[in-house]
Design a protein. Structure first.
Length: 316
């Protein structure tokens, strides 16, 4: 028997309970606590799930944009060579300064490394990286000299921004070694925000801009040729109506393609700006992120990034 003081219902201020009653009361109390813990865990688990989903969706859309960079790069050297061909003397004295097409071959690999580091980092935030990230950190020790060799005109400021990609790559190496932990997310964002700002800025202001200028060179050159040789300016047109019609159609189609590609590179630049700006917002709110806030921060940008990826892919 268990006797304890009460403010009681008995005249003697005592309550006498049997051991079976105590056991029953203890069981009910334990059940209530256990139930509360399960509810809290479910709430926290669901919240974490939503948070991770928002970041994962943003990361996936970002990675889709990143993958289009190789297509932009692949088209640069052939377009340059074609434009230079139009500027040969036999084509209506279009003998202006020709581009150095070897530049695009030389700069391709180091720029691809910088791009890969950025987008693998963003993907890792959403725990979506499927590659062996332990290998991503390699090859960055000489990135500055590789870039400088490919383009001696790169400024110190531009090189500094580009080499920030090495830091992002090392983050991925550490994540692979230790395993992704959601509670580390705030620290990762905080530690690497400046590197993300530097790399997105470099890729947009230097890399994408160079590819855009190359496409504009190609467009302007081909447009000038088509205006001088396509009907009705070509004096031989009456004698070769079919040939001139084919040339006219080719000019129209090719110029439309180049216009779409120029827009796509601008879309890539805009997407980089979106990624940098949203990462900055995550950094500013890293200590008190919740599902609702993440939806507001990443919802619409995720849609715009996905749309940009599709338009870029279609253009190239």
């Amino acid at each position: 028997m268990d006797i304890r003081s009460t403010s009681g219902n008995t005249g003697y201020g005592l309550s006498i309970k049997s051991k079976s009653e105590e056991k029953s009361r203890f069981s009910r109390s334990t059940w209530r606590v256990a139930t509360l813990v399960m509810i809290l865990n479910a709430m926290l688990g669901n919240s974490s799930c939503v948070v991770l989903t928002q970041i994962s969706d943003f990361a996936k859309a970002s990675q889709a944009v990143g993958k289009t960079f190789s297509s932009i790069q692949d088209g640069a050297e052939p377009a340059c060579k074609l434009a230079n061909a139009f500027r040969s003397e036999k084509f209506n004295n279009m003998t202006g300064n020709k581009q150095n097409c070897q530049y695009y071959a030389s700069i391709k690999a180091p720029l691809a490394k910088v791009n890969q580091a950025l987008f693998n980092y963003i993907t890792a935030l959403g725990n979506l990286a499927n590659d062996d990230l332990s290998k991503v950190g390699s090859g960055f020790d000489n990135i500055q000299s590789e870039l400088k060799t490919a383009d001696p005109t790169l400024t110190t400021a531009e090189l500094t921004k580009a080499t920030a990609a090495g830091g992002l790559a090392k983050v991925l190496t550490n994540l692979w070694a230790s395993g992704y932990r959601q509670h580390e997310l705030a620290k990762i964002i905080g530690d690497n925000n400046q590197a993300v700002q530097d790399v997105t800025s470099f890729l947009a202001d230097y890399a994408a801009n160079r590819y855009f200028e190359g496409l504009r060179y190609d467009y302007d050159t081909e447009n000038s040729y088509c205006k001088n040789f396509a009907p009705p300016n070509e004096p031989l047109a009456p004698g070769e109506p079919l040939g001139m019609e084919i040339l006219d159609r080719h000019c129209t189609a090719d110029l439309d393609r180049l216009e779409a590609q120029k827009k796509a590179v601008k879309d890539f630049q805009t997407a980089l700006g979106t990624i940098g700006e949203r990462h900055k917002k995550l950094f500013e709110n890293k200590d008190h992120l919740d599902a609702k806030q993440l939806a507001e921060l990443l919802g619409q940008p995720t849609v715009s990034l996905a749309s940009a990826a599709i338009s870029i892919k279609n253009a190239f």
